[in-house]
Design a protein around this ligand. Structure first.
Ligand code: GLY
Ligand code: MN
Length: 459
């Protein structure tokens, strides 16, 4: 947990920003895997963590801007809780550590809300992303689950996003810790993966490093010889000479801050010449995107620069043809690069995605519906303090190739005869995490081998 003043200052700023009404914060509950007493690892809601810092289940809170009160609602441990789960400081004691003087039993939240409703006070709440949130909103506010997302407070969302999008120095230090652990996870995988191992064996080593750091993984590990599947969580394949291995994995610190890195390496000692050629195109797109990072630049333009670099490389190799700018404007590059160049990162690996990409990544601008561009999570103008990922890649997805080819889609830009010969190529990407600074950018964490030579040395 940070110092008390961090949480007090964060809340003060939010209160000033929103001005009136009450702000309702739902902490997370334990989430059962297969029966109540067998829960998943507990993960607190990130906005709750940001303003209240307490990392335990069963808490909710309000900031009452009209009556100048801040209350955390939750139950003190019973003797049964202590017998089964051990003791810990009281809610009173924990709340004081984050500058909150008032606590109340969990059940009193409903009474508090009822009083506010009687006075016709405005109750601001955030969109739900777990079923338990929808149930709580129904019980507290009488709003049906299908209506909660639509009636969440845009004012509250925008105020939280404006604050959380800009990372403080102490947050950057914490993120850097997560990225350094993430780098260790990647370097270990690069050193140990070899033909005959299963993907699961590599994933296990990677995950072990995250756990040993005192935190956990920031999202389910992607450790695959089928990198063309963007979020591939299947770990049942056996590695063989000639395959490429794509690892997308990150650690989360005990305080909840994320790292998110990707790397691609050959299962054998060396990349094949055709792997090298495609790898270097994605790497060129990566380097071009990084070099363009600075305040005032729209991330959408950085994404388009990465797309054009990929399209240009794919044209040189004979996969694409025609004018590169026109091909990217038409979305032809998305046959090979179907997703976005990066996303915000912080207490969530895709930071605040639960509050809505329109607010976090687009600042109200409309998102494209074009295949490829519609998956870009971040488009807005960059500001100092933003933390984001850069992760362009190249993916040969057989089903997508077959579909586009059958539709004769964008044949003026795509040479399907050549693409056919790479249908079993797979996919690759590198990913790094950056802080936007007033002068440009800073790479977060220690570098992971990225050029062909650097990667092959570790193999
Ligand atoms: N690392 C997973 C993702 O960015 O989607
Ligand atoms: Mn990512």
């Amino acid at each position: 947990m940070f110092n008390t003043t961090t949480y007090v200052k964060r809340r003060d700023r939010l209160k000033k920003q929103v001005g009136s009404g009450i702000l309702l914060f739902l902490g997370n509950e334990d989430s059962p895997m297969n029966y109540t007493d067998n829960p998943y690892h507990f993960r607190q809601d990130s906005t709750f963590l940001y303003y209240f810092g307490l990392n335990s289940a069963g808490l909710n809170a309000i900031m009452d801007l009209d009556e100048d009160r801040e209350v955390i609602f939750g139950n003190e441990l019973t003797i049964d809780d202590i017998v089964w789960m051990g003791t810990q400081p009281s809610l009173q004691e924990k709340s004081r550590m984050v500058g909150i003087k008032e606590t109340a039993p969990a059940a009193e939240l409903k009474e508090y809300i009822e009083k506010v409703k009687k006075k016709q006070g405005k109750i601001h709440f955030l969109p739900p992303y777990r079923a338990e949130h929808s149930v709580k909103y129904f019980n507290l506010l009488g709003i049906y689950p299908e209506e909660t997302a639509g009636s969440a407070s845009v004012e509250f969302i925008k105020a939280v996003v404006a604050q959380r999008n800009i990372k403080s120095e102490e947050e950057v230090a914490e993120i850097e810790k997560a990225v350094n652990t993430s780098a260790d996870m990647h370097i270990a995988a690069m050193k140990l993966a070899k033909a005959g191992m299963t993907e699961a064996e590599v994933a296990a080593v990677v995950e072990q490093i995250a756990l040993a750091s005192g935190g956990q993984i920031s999202f389910p590990v992607i450790a695959t010889i089928h990198g063309e599947t963007l979020h591939n969580h299947y770990h049942g394949n056996t590695l063989k000479e000639g395959d490429m291995f794509l690892l997308d994995a990150g650690a989360e610190t005990a305080m909840g801050y994320a790292g998110d890195l990707s790397s691609t390496f050959p299962v054998g000692k060396k990349f094949s010449s055709r792997q090298k050629e495609v790898y270097n195109i994605a790497l060129a797109a990566h380097e071009a995107a990084v070099a363009a990072l600075k305040p005032g630049v729209k991330f959408k333009d950085i994404h388009l620069l990465a797309c054009k670099t990929i399209a240009s490389g794919m044209k040189d190799m004979g996969f694409m043809r025609g004018d590169v700018d026109e091909a990217v404007a038409a979305g032809a590059h998305a046959l090979f690069f179907q997703c976005g160049t990066g996303h915000m990162m912080g207490l969530d690996v895709h930071d605040m995605e639960n509050l809505g990409e329109a607010y976090v990544g687009y600042d109200g601008e409309n998102k494209s519906t074009q295949f490829g561009l519609k998956s870009l999570r971040l488009a807005r103008e960059l500001k100092p303090g933003y933390v984001l990922t850069i992760e362009p890649g190249i993916y040969f997805i057989p089903e997508l190739i077959d579909m586009w080819k059958a539709e004769k889609k964008l044949t003026q830009f795509i040479n399907y005869d050549k693409v056919e010969t790479y249908k079993d190529f797979g996919g690759l990407r590198n990913e790094e995490d950056f802080l936007i600074t007033s002068g440009g950018y800073k790479l977060l964490g220690k570098p992971v081998p990225k050029t062909i030579d650097e990667v092959e040395i570790l193999r």
